[in-house]
Write a protein that binds this ligand. Structure first.
Ligand code: AHM
Ligand code: MG
Length: 329
């Protein structure tokens, strides 16, 4: 039997769950942008897209050429379709509105255009992460975006690896599409992904160990003690350093991912961004039966106070995330 295309799948969602047609158009447009980004990523050095752009983003991080190219591709694909009131990106200081020449819709799109920037130049998997909110405020300025993750109407990511995949939720499970590079279509390859509740695989940047707070240190010490320690089982470690890839692995076979706050900069609660990384991934993880917290609080319940705010992230297999929360209590 032929595989379902993304469009066909979304039309089925419209018919069976009353999903808004404009949300379908928006997701199809994001998917179109993702194909363009995938194409650019695939050209690598031959396309002149690698290396530093010699600029910094609002968080003071040096931007790669592909950070800027992917950001621009997402804006250009989405600004004219009539589904959006505004967009916000990890790579832009302020939200961007819809030019007056184009129709406006009532959704807000947030994205990390190119996640895993440190892996761009070394041909390791990278991705795009996005989140969709409703625009309740017609002005659609920064305040309109400051909604908790529970308000997301859709979220997803693309992974640019050996295959380009597009993984989405519209609040009813998580579904994976793989780009057929011969026809240019995203085809459904897994429906209703489920994350095992238990795991023996963790992902964390171990080089930060000396900066961690006591509960995370204890958790990892227990994992490292393996079968001889309190957990009574051996753990494996994986760290791609592209959140999309680490989350995608957890989506396939379970695991736990941690990017905790640490003591280096007490005012900075972790590295990852709530609005562009943690919230969309938390929705996807929960929709697949996993859990996502900042160590003590469910990520999706956090009331954001600023667009670029950072947050500690512990997500993945439900029982493991709950175990970390018990150590942190
Ligand atoms: P980015 O959005 O600038 O790429 O930063 C986020 C990335 C995540 O994908 C990944 O989990 C983390 O930063 C890696 O951090 P580290 O360099 O500490 O390994
Ligand atoms: Mg990122």
């Amino acid at each position: 039997m032929a595989r379902l295309s993304l469009t066909h799948f979304l039309i089925r969602c419209e018919r069976t769950s009353g999903m808004d047609a404009n949300l379908r158009l928006l997701l199809e447009t994001v998917a179109r942008a993702v194909k363009t980004i995938s194409h650019a990523v695939g050209h690598g050095a031959l396309g002149g897209v690698l290396g530093s752009a010699q600029t910094s983003n609002v968080q003071g991080e040096t931007q790669k050429k592909l950070d800027i190219i992917a950001n621009q591709m997402l804006i250009e694909a989405n600004e004219w379709g009539g589904t959006l009131a505004a967009m916000a990106s990890e790579e832009m200081d302020q939200p961007v509105g819809i030019p007056v020449a184009y129709p406006r819709g009532d959704y807000l799109l947030l994205f990390d255009p190119l996640d895993g920037s440190s892996n761009i130049d070394v041909n390791v998997s990278i991705g795009t992460i996005f989140s969709v909110l409703r625009a309740h405020d017609p002005k659609a300025e920064e305040a309109a975006f400051l909604q908790p993750g529970t308000s997301q109407v859709a979220a997803g990511y693309a992974v640019y690896g050996p295959q380009t995949q597009f993984v989405i939720t519209v609040g009813q499970g998580v579904h994976e599409f793989t780009l057929d590079k011969d026809t240019g279509s995203f085809l459904l390859t897994r429906e209703n992904l489920r994350i095992p509740a238990q795991t023996q695989e963790f992902a964390i940047n171990m080089s930060n160990m000396r900066h961690w707070e006591a509960p995370v240190r204890r958790y990892i010490d227990e994992c490292l003690a393996g079968a001889d320690g309190p957990r009574g089982k051996d753990f494996n470690m994986r760290w791609v350093a592209s959140m999309v890839s680490d989350v995608h692995r957890i989506m396939q076979r379970g695991g736990i991912f941690l990017y905790p706050r640490d003591r280096r900069e007490p005012g900075k609660p972790g590295k990852l961004r709530l609005m562009y990384e943690a919230n969309p991934m938390a929705l996807l993880i929960e929709q697949a039966g996993g859990a996502a917290s900042n160590g003590t609080q469910r990520i999706l319940d956090i009331q954001p106070t600023s667009l670029h705010q950072r947050v500690a992230v512990v997500l993945g297999s439900r029982e493991e995330v709950e175990y970390v929360a018990r150590l942190s209590a």
